[in-house]
Design a binder for this molecule. Structure first.
Ligand code: NAD
Length: 430
């Protein structure tokens, strides 16, 4: 790869993580498909700006601990940078670069006027008290504050961060801007301070909009279909709810404790209530236990992996019996498994489109904050539908034209959009 010519490997070590390598592989493949300008491809292969900061935090015992935080701004051709902030003990620059690249390609294929970024702090958030988490968030926000803002870079929640974290982040930024409220600096905020209605269920609803459209394309109907869902958290439980409301039979679901199965269909509203009380799906009446491995290989119409990455790989791709996979999680089907499933004529609606509901409604939140004019939930849901299906239809058209898998098609659409915009803007200074 030309990117690594003449480089000091030590100085560039953060560009060699597995996630980023994977993103670069799909980028190269897409670039070939669309015959991308080599100078544009060269620029797309690396992040624009990688920021590393020290975050000193006063702990409850009055000692001071210094954590390391990152913000990687990958590409801003299409608009201000946008991407989540992760608090996790495994966060490092290598991972954040990979995630920032993925956000760039995702925002582009979804047709959002946003660039791609990601941030994080290397910390185990479960070991912090509420006060320590607030101290950490405020200092991290302050350290990166000159690089972010409603027209520059708009963070959002990710693993280990939540609406409360975003509220502290927004308050810190606002105080540093003279005390004037700046709700547009982050999304995923509580509704009371500029959050959007519909954000909580947006990803699960987007998964079902995409599932319905994909079914239509391959000659199936949502009503009466048999659906299997891995994961029953935010994405999986809302996907189950919206599919159930549309007349689908959810024949199996799972969580970290294992799976449950009922060939006639599980009663999803009752299951949601059961999980509220018991914190697990285990033991739900009128169901038989099934392992997570068996669940993935059940005979069904649509399989919705909504839990973890790498669930379908070369060891089980030959055993998958559904007709359609809709990726609610990030990266649940590996690239190698995608090729096997494509040969077996199993249709995959890829993560960059299928789970895009979250970032689409984050975009809506930012727009509403800038306008100071807020929409009702039905309005948010219907605008989400318009954007996510447009992204699906554009990629589907290319997939049909070139007889490729949908993941490759989505990536090609994404890179083509970035290429056009970069050519139009040109290279600064020249
Ligand atoms: P969550 O923490 O709310 O739920 C995760 C679910 O997966 C839980 O039910 C958990 O028990 C289950 N799980 C964990 N390990 C499992 C295992 N080994 N087998 C089966 N189930 C297991 O998380 P979420 O917000 O629903 O996110 C799920 C996935 O979707 C992640 O990959 C996330 O990155 C992706 N995603 C989420 C959003 C969003 O808006 N929440 C947006 C885009 C992508």
């Amino acid at each position: 790869m030309p990117m690594h010519d003449n480089l000091n490997p030590q100085a560039e070590s953060h560009l060699h993580g597995p996630l980023f390598k994977n993103a670069l592989e799909t980028l190269e493949e897409a670039a070939k498909l669309i015959n991308c300008d080599p100078n544009i491809l060269e620029r797309l292969r690396r992040p624009r700006r990688s920021i590393t900061v020290s975050v000193p935090v006063r702990m409850d015992d009055q000692s001071v601990k210094v954590f390391t935080g990152y913000r990687v701004q990958y590409n801003s051709t299409l608009g201000p940078y946008k991407g989540g902030i992760r608090y996790h003990q495994n966060v490092d620059l290598t991972e954040v670069v990979g995630l920032a690249a993925l956000m760039t390609f995702k925002n582009s294929v979804l047709g959002l006027p946003l660039g791609g970024a990601k941030g994080g702090v290397c910390v185990d958030p479960t070991k912090l008290s509420r006060t320590e988490k607030q101290n950490l968030t405020r200092r991290y926000a302050s350290e990166i504050s000159s690089f972010i803002g409603p027209t520059k870079d708009i963070p959002a929640p990710d693993v280990g961060t939540d609406p409360q974290t975003m509220a502290w982040f927004m308050d810190t930024y606002s105080q540093e801007q003279g005390g004037y409220a700046q709700p547009g600096v982050v999304t995923g905020k509580p509704v009371e301070i500029g959050g959007s209605l519909g954000r909580n269920h947006a990803t699960g609803l987007g998964v079902i909009y995409v599932c319905e459209r994909a079914m239509e394309m391959i000659g199936m109907k949502m009503s009466g279909s048999r659906i299997v869902i891995q994961g029953f958290g935010n994405v999986g439980s809302f996907a189950a709810k919206f599919a159930f409301e549309r007349g689908a039979r959810i024949i199996a679901v799972s969580d970290v404790s294992g799976g449950i199965h009922n060939g006639d269909g599980l009663n999803i509203p009752q299951l949601i209530e059961y999980v509220k009380q018991n914190k697990t799906i285990k033991g739900f009446p009128h169901s038989q236990p099934v392992s997570n491995e068996q669940l993935l290989e059940l005979d069904c119409d649509a399989l919705l992996p909504c839990a973890l990455e790498g669930q379908i790989d070369t060891h089980n791709a030959e055993n998958i019996k559904c007709k359609l996979i809709v990726e609610g999680a990030n990266g649940p089907v590996t690239n190698a498994a995608t090729k096997i499933l494509h040969k077996r004529k199993i249709f995959i609606a890829p993560d960059v489109i299928a789970n895009g509901g979250g970032v689409i409604v984050s975009y809506f939140e930012w727009v509403q904050d800038i306008m100071s004019f807020f929409w009702d939930e039905a309005d948010v849901d219907s605008k989400l539908k318009g954007i996510i299906l447009k992204a699906f239809d554009t990629s589907y058209k290319l997939q049909q034209e070139k007889n490729i898998d949908m993941r490759s098609a989505a990536m090609a659409v994404s890179v083509q959009r970035l290429e056009k915009a970069m050519l139009l803007r040109g290279l600064y200074p020249r």
